[in-house]
Design a protein around this ligand. Structure first.
Ligand code: CTP
Length: 403
């Protein structure tokens, strides 16, 4: 089989050095990569580096190897074009269809999915000129990853940071996989999706908590796949240690009360809410502000617990936005389908993903199998496989049910 052909466009920002890592990930995983830097990008990383890492010639303009008509061929032959980093200038040129170098020509001739990973200072990202250019590109089907929030070039921090190269790589792989299945890459464009992930922790005192073993991987896979399909994603993560998925707004929470507040806020303008988080059903009745000490002359006292609100049942009953779709998860150890159907009814959600769990199954694993039950009586089995496959199936089912 031919290797997937990727054009890596690099525009002139300091994050160009991080694109070397993205390039390495792409080539090492069997992609044929042609790097097309802009003239300005070469101030940050030279052509020799791009050429050595990609194993291919590198040029910035259309006047080299003219007999091969590179300004047309590269774009036409590509399975994916990813521009990383995309500067505000490059986004403006792409939005207006300018073609004054090899990269901008390639963008105009490409008919494959195009991903932009912007990196710039917060003021430039937020400027209406940039925002309108981004909106134009998205309307035409391009996938513009939301920049991360964090440390920028100098001492300042804010939105505009280049996402983790590993996460951009994961994003590109998802886009390529969908392209290979002959589906539209951005079928969730314009949809706002909220996903909860991880497991809540209920503090007993400043150093101890009641918690669970949820890794957050399934919720993160849902966020990653939704972003790669063009959705605007808010990921509400409870106590996870995973890298932030590219193009996703991340809200970190700890307790069930914090998770509830964040979900209710984000759900107000969401098309769908997926509750993949493992929520603690109970919390300690008392929180000790100082560390609880063991007493030598006394046996430990039983722990008094109180019930936590059921977030899934609450949003299913109230539907913060009319017509929105609510998806729950259920982990069951036995009589999986019967318990799942019962839970779907009790919680009042539209879809329930039922996993069988046990000593070795699902918690922390990379792969899982599940059945997705629909309130309409549907039953969709998802065979054992990567969590991304289950995530894609969930989004297919959500999309089919959205107005
Ligand atoms: N959930 C929630 N709020 C809670 C507990 C659970 O929103 N307080 C959500 C989870 O995010 C998940 C679904 O409900 O989507 C199923 O959770 P589970 O704990 O299995 O449901 P329970 O009703 O607690 O069922 P069980 O009787 O098995 O404990």
């Amino acid at each position: 089989m031919d290797k997937p052909k990727v054009v890596l466009g690099v525009s002139g920002g300091i994050a160009a050095y991080k694109a070397c890592e993205l390039l390495r990930r792409l080539t090492e995983s069997g992609h044929e990569v042609r790097v097309v830097p802009t003239e300005a990008a070469l101030h940050f990383v030279g052509a020799a580096t791009w050429s050595a890492l990609s194993g291919n010639p590198v040029s910035t303009e259309v006047w080299e190897d003219v007999h091969e008509v590179p300004h047309v061929r590269l774009g036409q032959r590509a399975d994916l074009v990813v521009v990383a980093p995309a500067t505000t200038d490059l986004l403006a040129k792409a939005a207006h269809g300018l073609a004054d170098d090899l990269l901008t020509n390639t963008l105009l001739t490409a008919r494959c999915p195009v991903v932009f990973a912007p990196a710039m200072h917060t003021e430039m990202w937020e400027h209406p000129a940039t925002q309108e250019n981004v909106a134009t590109l998205r309307r035409r089907g391009a996938l513009v990853i939301e920049p991360s929030v964090g440390r920028l070039t100098g001492a300042d921090t804010g939105k505009g940071r280049f996402p983790d190269p590993d996460e951009i790589f994961a994003y590109c792989r998802q886009v390529l996989a969908r392209g290979a299945r002959g589906e539209k890459a951005a079928d969730l464009a314009g949809r706002r999706l909220v996903i909860s992930a991880g497991g809540t922790r209920e503090p007993l005192d400043p150093v101890r908590f009641l918690g669970n073993r949820s890794s957050g991987k399934q919720g993160y896979a849902l966020a990653r796949t939704a972003a790669a399909r063009g959705a605007e994603v808010t990921l509400i993560a409870a106590n996870t240690t995973l890298p932030s998925p590219a193009g996703v707004d991340l809200v970190s929470v700890g307790t069930t009360a914090e998770l509830r507040a964040a979900v209710l806020r984000a759900a107000e303008d969401a098309d769908a809410v997926v509750m993949a988080a493992a929520v603690a059903d109970f919390r300690p009745a008392q929180y000790a502000t100082g560390k609880i000490k063991k007493k030598e002359d006394q046996e430990p006292q039983p722990l008094a617990l109180v019930r936590n609100p059921d977030i899934l049942a609450e949003i299913s009953a109230t539907r913060p936005r009319p017509g929105q779709l609510i998806v729950g998860f259920a982990a069951e150890t036995d009589e999986v389908l019967a318990h799942g159907r019962d839970k779907l009814r009790r919680k009042g959600c539209d879809l329930l993903v039922v996993n069988e769990v046990g000593e070795t199954k699902t918690f922390g694993a990379e792969e899982s199998e599940a059945v997705v039950l629909g309130a309409d009586g549907s039953e969709t089995p998802v065979p054992y496989g990567p969590k991304e496959t289950l995530a894609d199936t969930v989004w297919d089912l959500v999309l089919a049910r959205l107005p």
